[in-house]
Each structure stands twice: as structure tokens, then as C-alpha cells.
Design a protein around this ligand. Structure first.
Ligand SMILES: [Zn+2]
Length: 205
């Protein structure tokens, strides 16, 4: 598969921005909020919010060419919350709730977005998606990505950030030692803590 830009820019609760690439479209979708304590991060309040997020995600859809109904918005939130439970069950080594399996399979059913090649600069071709598109086709693309991820070779590499920030990623690196959502965020915080710990006068290793 041709490499294409993935990941998206997030804003921390302290207002700082950082780039987060969870390694899969369906995990990017988890950054729109979620069930329980994650509801305070929810950005999907109106149909237009889903179109706006699809523009920021690796799909990079033009929001003016994506129609989203109130039902599709509700389906998006259902899919996202199911994917959270799915991913957390996987991280914890637990079985997936049957209702969440049904939600993902149900929303993977309709026709997904149609991939296309677009001429780039020189001999390059660029991956894009046929427009206009509907919320249903975008959700089918996300749900199918989840089917591929959770049944694929990296299903055992789905992890929670070691900085306890809730973010979930799939480690597709060859050595498989990714620990952080983003080095510039949780990775650096951890480094600072480690340096401080070493500098404690009585804290001999
Ligand atoms: Zn993190």
C-alpha cells in the first residue's frame, strides 16, 4: 500500500498542541470523545462536527462535500463508543462485548468511501477519496478499518499510552517498542520526571 499521511493534531487540556499518529484510522476516531469519563472530550455534537473531523483525520475529506444527517451523527457516536470498549478490552486482554461487535459489523456493512488516484507533482500519484460522500460511507470506512486492525497482524500491538493520558495507538514499528502517544507530549514529560528523580540528593539509584 502506498504510504500516505496519517495522524492528526490534538490540543491538550493545557492548550498545547501536539501531533498524534495512532497508526490506524479507527484509532484516530477515538480522539473525538468517548463513553464515561471520556465524554468531556466529545467534539461530535452536531452533524457538521463529523464532517469537520473527517477533514482533520487521515481521510482529509473536504467538509463541504460530505453530507451528514442527525442519524449518521448518532451512528458515529455509537461506533466510536463501541470502538473504545473494543480497544480497551483488547489492551486488557479481555473478550469483546457482543453488542460492540454487532455495532462495528453493522456499520461496516454499507458501501465505504471509494478510493481514487489523483495526479500529484510530476510522476507522483496521490491517494484520495471520491467526493461527494456521505457520513454513512465514511463510517463504513472507519468500521472496516477496525475489522482489519482487530483481526490483523498488529492486533496484539494495540496499546494505551504509558503516560496514562488515555490515548490508544497501534505500534507498527519493527522493534515494537513504542510506549507513548507522542514523544513531544507524554514521552518528554516522562524524561523530565526521570531527570528530576536522578537529581534528588538522597535518591541514589
Ligand atoms: Zn500519552
Amino acid at each position: 500500500m502506498a504510504a500516505r499521511a496519517s495522524g492528526l493534531t490534538l490540543v491538550s487540556h493545557d492548550g498545547s498542541r501536539f501531533f498524534f499518529d495512532p497508526g490506524a484510522l479507527c484509532l484516530e476516531f477515538l480522539t473525538t470523545g468517548g463513553p464515561g469519563e471520556l465524554a468531556r472530550w466529545d467534539v461530535l455534537h452536531q452533524p457538521g462536527d463529523l464532517a469537520a473531523w473527517l477533514a482533520q483525520s487521515q481521510l482529509r475529506l473536504d467538509p463541504a462535500q460530505v453530507t451528514v444527517s442527525a442519524d449518521e451523527l448518532a451512528a458515529a457516536r455509537r461506533l466510536r463508543d463501541a470502538l473504545w470498549r473494543f480497544a480497551r478490552a483488547r489492551v486488557a486482554g479481555q473478550s469483546t462485548p457482543a453488542a460492540d461487535l454487532a455495532t462495528v459489523n453493522d456499520l461496516a456493512g454499507p458501501a465505504p468511501l471509494v478510493p481514487r488516484l489523483t495526479a500529484g507533482t510530476g510522476a507522483d500519484t496521490v491517494h484520495s477519496w471520491a467526493l461527494p460522500a456521505t457520513g454513512t460511507s465514511a463510517l463504513a470506512t472507519i468500521a472496516r478499518d477496525a475489522v482489519d486492525l482487530f483481526s490483523g497482524p498488529y492486533a496484539d500491538r494495540i496499546r494505551e499510552c504509558a503516560g496514562y493520558c488515555y490515548l490508544i495507538f497501534v505500534d507498527t514499528s519493527r522493534p515494537g517498542r513504542r510506549r507513548w502517544c507522542a514523544m513531544e507530549r507524554c514521552g518528554n514529560r516522562q524524561k523530565v520526571r526521570a531527570i528530576r528523580a536522578r537529581q534528588k540528593p538522597t535518591g541514589a539509584d
